[in-house]
Design a protein around this ligand. Structure first.
Ligand code: SF4
Length: 314
């Protein structure tokens, strides 16, 4: 399918979120639907944001919203203006212990994937700061370093998804996303500029071994991020089909629930050991999956669900 890049309009860009269970936020704003990075493992096409909009996407030329993920992008150009109106009228702000009232940009797309989306993101951040809201950026693109003039702020933390630093592996799994080495450099630039930063080691592919995690934690710890989230790849949905279509045969090994859980637990142990060796255990924040409960002591999962991060918000 040729790439489709267009626009879309939405009534209310501010959505309450259940991602407080991952200690990320209480609200999300998605600047676009679709994502040109098209990561093979991406879970977004399986979420209601795409599944409940399949018909509309098809009417706009997307043949298969699941399998064609990465080939379409509908930018919501008016988000900042609409958000300003919504926030001016809003009287009640939801603040949970783990979500801390934070607004996440974005949960269903990348807020800095290209210049058009970055332009909207910049305007949205300004509106959120104007209304004194806490902001969490999550991206795979170094373009955010163009906005350091506004992102160096106590109410903003910027995170990059960096499951490993290996450009060859990155090209096979996240073919259209910026190089992992460039992401690391961007975090370094942001940190040196005084930006609050965090890292999402997510999702880690099953091909990583103990020494990969040790090297990764050693390098990331030098950045002194405020928190390091971690979760392994889950290839049990249509994302597994996309990974196989991209030639990622390794994902066959984790496609059953039992194999997925086994890999999750093996990597969990490696991650905790590696974090400990790099003296950053206190920064490690596990994103557990409730479906692990049949495979480990349920308390291990409960311990992490809704647990506030170590991050300090003023
Ligand atoms: S950058 Fe994020 S939203 Fe975009 S395809 Fe990759 S995982 Fe999905």
């Amino acid at each position: 399918m040729p790439k489709i890049i267009s626009h879309e309009f939405i009534k209310n860009p501010l959505q309450q979120s259940r991602l407080n269970k991952k200690s990320l936020c209480d609200y999300v704003i998605n600047i676009a639907s679709g994502c040109l990075h098209g990561c093979t493992f991406c879970y977004v096409p399986s979420t209601p944001s795409i599944r409940t909009n399949q018909e509309r996407l098809k009417q706009n030329g997307v043949v298969d919203p699941q399998m064609d993920w990465g080939q379409y992008l509908f930018v919501r150009d008016e988000v900042a203006e609409k958000l300003d109106v919504v926030l001016s009228r809003k009287r009640v702000w939801n603040v949970t212990e783990s979500g801390r009232g934070v607004v996440l940009l974005c949960s269903g797309t990348d807020p800095y994937q290209n210049l058009a989306v970055a332009r909207v993101t910049r305007a949205v951040v300004k509106v959120l700061l104007k209304h004194n809201k806490r902001v969490r950026i999550l991206t795979r693109s170094p373009l955010w370093t163009n906005d350091l003039d506004i992102l160096v702020h106590p109410n903003i933390t910027v995170g990059m998804s960096l499951p490993f630093i290996n450009d060859e592996l990155g090209r096979s799994i996240e073919p259209a996303a910026p190089l992992t080495t460039d992401r690391y450099k961007a975090l370094k630039v942001g940190k040196e500029a005084g930006c609050r930063i965090y890292v999402a080691l997510a999702p880690t592919p099953s091909v990583l071994v103990k020494s990969d995690f040790e090297n990764h934690f050693e390098i990331l710890s030098q950045l002194e991020p405020e928190v390091m989230f971690w979760e392994p790849i889950n290839a049990r949905g249509t994302n597994g089909k996309r990974m196989l279509k991209a030639g990622l045969e390794f994902c066959r090994d984790v496609m059953s629930k039992k194999a997925w859980a086994t890999n999750f637990l093996q990597q969990w142990e490696m991650v905790e050991d590696a974090a400990s060796k790099s003296n950053c255990s206190e920064l490690l924040h596990i994103w557990p999956d409730p479906q692990l409960k049949g495979f480990i002591e349920p308390l291990m999962v409960e311990k992490w669900l809704y647990k506030p991060t170590i991050e300090q918000w003023k």
